[in-house]
Design a protein around this ligand. Structure first.
Ligand code: NI
Length: 409
């Protein structure tokens, strides 16, 4: 149960390092499960995580952390300064739930109609609080400065960006960032790593096609925005299939289309909402112009006008290769090489990307699936985790806290 120690220790410590594991005591495991279930029963949406943030702040304070509340609205930062010199690192957990009604009947089912921890963020908070307790117990081993960052509003509202705009990096001097996401794609307790791009960028488009309304029997006297929108919806797929390098993943999805009121009236307008994903910053940068060019052509052909808005949301989540190699090697020491895997790329997005744009960073996955009950996709109303995954998350976060400030590249 010795902890990973860098090359700074004695020969004895060095030999211990190679086989080092972190034992998470049963009382901590039990506590982490209790926290997770309590948060699961009381889910809160983005920037409304007042109860969650209060629990986090109280626990950190009781453990001796310096606590900063209201960072990026409902965010909480717990700071612990080590006795030894080292970098300032952050470990991040996101706190928000989703506007989904849970359909599972377990004892810790969501008590809030229409809100649910369907992505595992309850587990992320519980894991980081468990690690906070273990780290506080070993404060004498801590080097540098540790910032535990409990972030609001990961689900679409960009809580990471809001914390950064609130001075997260300047106020705390953060030099390295690490975070994890539970994953129902992978077996319980397995840690997944990937160098470079891991999650896609995610941007939004909002379009209004402006035609001329008229009688459904007289299209020649109108400019039909529904027909025009329909040509755009099919033509815009040519951006990915004909204009982007086929070796570069990209997606354009029109997810909403609203127009018209009845059978025989050509409406004036048609509105569309869509999402745009890419895995490369260069590809992402080309998307607004390419999409608008198709829109302009479709509208020109029909004689319609348009409004086009491209909303930059989450960048590509790209892991620093050196940090990832370091974290992966550390993980092999903590949970065993056989429980470390290559994580697949995902077209989903993560606002951890904003941290990774600022400092060398590594975001990794923790498998939490052990059967039908725990293999539902994230954001499903049936989503649940195998809680036996939590200890490995606690161990890995603790190892990073105790090791990275001195030994990460
Ligand atoms: Ni998530």
């Amino acid at each position: 149960m010795s902890l990973p120690d860098g090359g700074t220790g004695s020969a004895t410590q060095n030999s211990a390092r190679m086989s080092a594991t972190i034992i998470v005591p049963e009382r901590v495991v039990d506590d982490v499960v209790l926290i997770r279930r309590d948060l699961h029963m009381h889910p809160e949406l983005g920037f409304q995580e007042h109860r969650t943030a209060g629990i986090v702040a109280d626990r950190l304070r009781a453990l001796g952390y310096e606590v900063h509340e209201g960072v990026g609205r409902t965010g909480v930062v717990g700071v612990l300064r080590g006795a030894k010199p080292g970098r300032t690192i952050m470990l991040r957990a996101d706190m928000d739930a989703l506007p989904i009604t849970e359909e599972r009947g377990h004892s810790y089912r969501s008590q809030a109609e229409g809100r649910m921890h369907a992505c595992g963020h309850d587990g992320h908070v519980a894991i980081l609080l468990g690690a906070a307790a273990l780290i506080a117990d070993r404060r004498d081993d801590l080097a540098g400065t540790l910032c535990l960052v409990f972030q609001p509003a990961e689900e679409g509202l960009g809580g990471a960006k809001v914390m950064i705009e609130d001075g997260l990096f300047e106020r705390f001097g953060i030099e390295r960032a690490y975070g994890l996401h539970l994953s129902s794609k992978y077996p319980t307790g397995v840690l997944g790593f990937r160098e470079g791009p891991m999650y896609a960028s995610s941007d939004s488009i909002e379009i209004e096609v402006k035609g001329v309304g008229g009688h459904g029997s007289a299209p020649h006297d109108a400019i039909d925005p529904i027909y025009t929108a329909a040509t755009f919806i099919t033509s815009v797929q040519s951006v990915v299939s004909r204009q982007i390098d086929p070796l570069e993943p990209a997606v354009v999805t029109i997810g909403a289309m609203h127009a018209g009121t009845t059978h025989n009236v050509i409406p004036r307008n048609a509105a569309m909402l869509g999402t745009v994903r890419a895995f490369d910053a260069g590809v992402r940068a080309q998307m607004p112009e390419r999409i608008e060019r198709v829109l302009r052509a479709c509208c020109d052909a029909a004689g319609a006008a348009y409004d086009f808005r491209y909303l930059w949301r989450y960048p590509v989540t790209a892991n620093d290769p050196a940090q990832t190699q370091y974290a992966r090697a550390l993980a092999a020491r903590v949970v065993g090489e056989e429980r470390v895997i290559d994580a697949a790329r995902l077209m989903g997005a993560e606002d951890f990307s904003f941290y990774a744009e600022r400092v060398p960073a590594c975001f990794y996955t923790l498998g939490c699936s052990s059967g039908d009950d725990t293999s539902h996709p994230h954001h499903s109303s049936f989503f649940d985790i195998d809680e036996r995954a939590l200890p490995n998350g606690v161990a890995m976060m603790t190892a990073l806290a105790l090791d990275a400030a001195r030994n990460a590249p």
